[in-house]
Design a protein around this ligand. Sequence first.
Ligand code: GLN
Length: 526
Amino acid sequence: MTKYIFITGGVVSSLGKGISGASIGKLLQLYGFKVTMIKFDPYINIDPGTMNPYQHGEIFVTKDGTESDLDLGTYERFLDISTSKANTNTAGDIYQTVINRERIGGYNGATVQVIPHITDEIKKRFMALKDNCDVSIIEIGGTVGDIEGLPFMESVRQFQLENKKEDTLSIHVTLVPFIAAACELKTKPTQHSVNKLREIGILPDIIICRTERRIKTMLKKKISLFCNVKEECVIEALDVSPIYYIPETLHKQNVDSLIMERLNIKPKKKFDKTWFKKIKSTRVFSKIISVAIVGKYVTLKDAYKSIDESIDIAAAELGAKAEVRYFRAEDKDIVEKLKSCDAVLVPGGFGCRGVNGKIKAIAYARENKIPFLGICLGMQCSIIEAARNLAKLEGANSTEFNKNTKYPVVKIIDEQKNVKYMGGTMRLGNYKAEIRKNTLAHSLYGVDEVDERHRHRYEMNPEFIDILEKVGFYVSAYHNGVLPEIVEIKTHPFFIGVQFHPEFKSRPMKAHPIFVGFIDATLKNK
Ligand code: GLN
């Protein structure tokens, strides 16, 4: 029988429900359970693919090409799983399914309503992965009390009613703020939040309290009394860095035992502490480097979440600490600013804003032999830079930015149109890249073929490969022998551009080879 753990949040958003859930999932994995996580987002968009990163943070792309919430990245990194469409749901997608079913007469003339039709669809999706796991952790996005979240909360209530008590468990993540003027932690917001949840009919079994200060026993007793949970089920979640320490902090408070007891499950193996040890051992560092990210959404760290994590993980694996600094590509003095950094990364993006700054940053890294990594649009910009400055193709561009360019070195190509797309006209999700021998890419991966995640429309134009290779700018991997996947410059300490998003495949126990190579070269170059 699959067990279900529901995670809801209260007081404010961004409390780290995803991280809390994933940390609990990690602990259960360390006891041998097969765990998955599913996200339910109450917004009306069908998926976050069309949302501005400032609204939503990074778009995480799964192996099957689903454009999803960045929490799926957290699930993948903590649990070392590959998620897919079934791991992410939005109100928009659920309503669309129900409405489409209504249009083809699927409800036999009934009045289609939030209860039971929308809630039935939600409950069906709670169980979507039940055959593949022992425990399914279900995160409800937003905060208790949100109007749009109500059908989801109601579905949790119904689901708990319809299943045995020992098969479901509810965890509420709240904030216990420190009020400086009173020099006190305050429990009232948590009490209100839990009251709201109980009004809806969900009784939390465990309360995870996000806090900046330690929560003393007295305060735990108070939360326990007012919120109707046992004192040992009031869990303190202090801010910790890196976030991969969180499973251990929860383990020390017995959260795993409480959950197993409540769900009536016995460990499948002796608790495996290797994960804790490995995380600790990689966090002892003697060297610090700084990596510049030259992008568009530089004031919101979450816009480049997986890149940030990938750099951190790779540096940790190499016994170093990487300080990531964000620079606005449009800034006039962008090159001047980069002089204080040891490496340059140009991430993915859409639209022409900041492209010239990105190209300048790439020229600076190439000419001054500063380690460079270009991801997706970053790779495409490196092709434009090489075409203009190395091959002297004046005005070379991507047709995304200039439809009439004389030298369309990046464009939507015919071969690409034969690729079967998952959504719209984008190449989305996993595609194979065949790696040429004797290249930097081959030495990093150590294999002839890899699968990497894509999210783009434009490609390097194969007509320009010969011209660029003659000036030392090589294609080191192809998809289907046609579409360039990786470009590099051999005479540079580390200059690589990838058409895909390696950042989605980094794991804390398994840094991604492209990022390891990038950080390693930066350490050696310093
Ligand atoms: N805008 C470019 C394209 O669509 C790059 C996309 C990206 O960086 N994810 O091809």
